[in-house]
Design a protein around this ligand. Sequence first.
Ligand code: AMP
Length: 306
Amino acid sequence: MSLLAVGTVAFDDIETPFGRAEKVVGGACTYISLAASYFTKPIRIVSVVGDDFPEDMLRYMEHRGVELDGLQIKVGEKSFFWAGRYHENFNTRDTLDTQLNVLATFDPVVPPHWQHADYVMLGNLVPAIQMAVLAQMHQRPKLVALDTMNFWMDNALEDLKAVLRSVDVLTINDEEARQLSGQHSLLNAARAIYKMGPKYVIIKKGEHGALLFHRGEDMFFCPALPLAEVIDPTGAGDTFAGGFMGWIAKTDDTSFENMKRAVVYGSAMASFCVEKFSIERLKGLTPAMIAHRVEQFGNLVRVDLG
Ligand code: AMP
């Protein structure tokens, strides 16, 4: 099954307590598409870059089965740029800079032969653009998931609420779930967000795992795998979303049971992502490496309750 993904393709400056990386490849759509490419093909992306974006990265994405017909390359313009600094515990970060550049005037065009996608991942970017992509679909996809962040809650809340009415799954981190819902309890936050549209709400809690809620009632929890070394958490949320939707598209099954599995696959992909800067750890994974990680997640929680 094909997966249509939208989001930023970008450059990042990243500072962590252990090091820094300047002008490295990032962007929500980059992480989503690379993670999903380990499960299903083709991945079709709708995004925009300037002519400063490295050609060899685009070729690598194609090599991974990512189709770029919906990627606009703006000559003479600069790609989206984000700079962030992580705190000591890695669970919180400050955004130091966000330069929209090509994103400021981006008018997304979904190529006609992509307008029947079964699965759509609306990765983090301007909510009005997420909406514009959804509006170009010829039929209602089987599942639409959306990821967003506090930047858009602060800058485009009404547009975000409008697009939320049309999606099935929202992936969001815990602090953003609290901000969006005005509720401190994550259960109450999930219930409030369910009323805004998404039947499924996935609340990501960084190194403390992820919670999946269905209709604000049924719950599932997947821990994060304790790792010896975390180098850079950037993109973990997008990688999670890519692994999650990649699994759903591969299996073509949107049941709650299968979503639980998808949460584990998403978490496994995110656990790779944080082991190196930028997208480096998402290169060259094998099915055996992913299967081994997923098994480690299973072992982490499997217990005979007697
Ligand atoms: P994550 O760590 O999963 O939240 O994703 C980090 C990625 O999101 C980085 O590679 C950034 O380029 C990208 N990003 C940061 N801010 C935004 C924003 N406001 N809209 C879209 N993408 C963003």
